[in-house]
Design a protein around this ligand. Structure first.
Ligand code: 1HE
Length: 261
């Protein structure tokens, strides 16, 4: 934990080109309060400014227990709406920002914790990971973008099941549902997430930007509009000097091939 006496809830460290952003409130299972989200926002901005990719992880037994329910229980209606809108703002900077974010998951990934993970481009879960959306049991609703992002990952029917019945999904089930990209053995999520982040960091910056920003928008368009935007983004990407260099490298047999192993 960084700090000079004052309690902080989010750690930050650069490892090469990769920013490691940790939720460091394990005594409250990394529950996200207003102070946590504000600190987290600063770290997301810092990573976007100086890193080529970032990894999000949680300290302690669990990745994240979601919204801080104590703080939430004391909020007036408007504060609650504005709090949700603030989460949307911060998570959008990850989903449609400039560098890829990879979530390294373990233990409980619950409510807002799942919403945070779903704002990352990729999710790595270790064998201890489980996912829950207990909003129905708590008398609330998702407020951190889950109705859009989690729904798009796993579908309305599965999300409805999780919210209505409190169904909990373990890592492998969530992988089958599309909510997780990689499942690894217990304790190995952070290492795998860093390795993936390092791979994404070798891509052209424009390609990463286009992947992160064009795909979710095209998802919201009609097929016709999506195909048109795809052509435009594709042409723009091809015109970058990086693309020219990389295409030449392949044609001159200096670049890697796409192989299965
Ligand atoms: C919390 C929170 C929290 C733990 N807000 N304080 N999220 C939930 O409904 C999940 C609620 N949490 C749990 O189900 C469990 O805590 C866990 C399964 C995640 C972990 O269990 P365990 O046995 O390891 O820990 P614990 O003993 O339950 O919790 C340790 C402490 O963390 C305890 O405080 P203490 O002062 O008694 O030590 C808990 O009260 C505290 N704690 N989770 C506040 N979430 C933008 S909308 C998003 C909507 C949602 O996120 S809804 C889902 C909310």
């Amino acid at each position: 934990m960084a700090g000079s006496g004052e309690k902080t809830f989010v750690s930050y460290e650069m490892r090469g080109d990769i920013a490691l952003i940790g939720l460091t409130r394990p005594e409250k299972r990394n529950a996200i309060s207003d102070a946590v989200i504000e600190e987290f926002a600063l770290k997301v901005d810092r990573a976007t400014a100086e890193a080529k990719a970032a990894v999000i992880f949680g300290e302690g037994l669990h990745f994240c227990a979601g919204l801080d329910l104590l703080e939430h229980s004391e909020k007036p209606l408007l504060e609650s709406v504005l709090g949700s809108r603030r989460w949307h703002e911060v998570f959008a900077r990850m989903e449609r920002g400039r560098i890829p974010f990879i979530a390294a998951l373990h233990g409980a990934v619950v409510g807002g914790g799942f919403e945070l993970a779903s704002s990352c481009q990729l999710r790595v879960a270790d064998a201890t990971t489980y996912f829950g959306l207990p909003e129905g049991q708590r008398g609330i609703f998702v407020g951190g973008g889950g109705s859009v992002r989690i729904e798009r990952l796993i579908g309305t029917s599965r999300m409805t099941d999780m919210m209505l019945t409190g169904r909990v999904a373990k890592a492998e089930e969530m992988e089958r549902w599309g909510g997780v990209n990689y499942v690894v053995e217990a304790g190995a999520a952070l290492e795998k997430a860093i390795a993936l982040a390092e791979v994404t960091a070798t891509n052209s910056e424009f390609s990463n930007y286009a992947i992160m920003n064009a795909l979710p928008r095209i998802r919201d368009m009609s097929s016709e509009d999506g195909l048109f935007v795809e052509s435009a983004v594709s042409a723009l990407a091809s015109m970058t000097p990086e693309a020219q260099d990389r295409l030449r490298a392949f044609l001159e047999k200096r670049a890697g091939k796409v192989l299965a192993d």
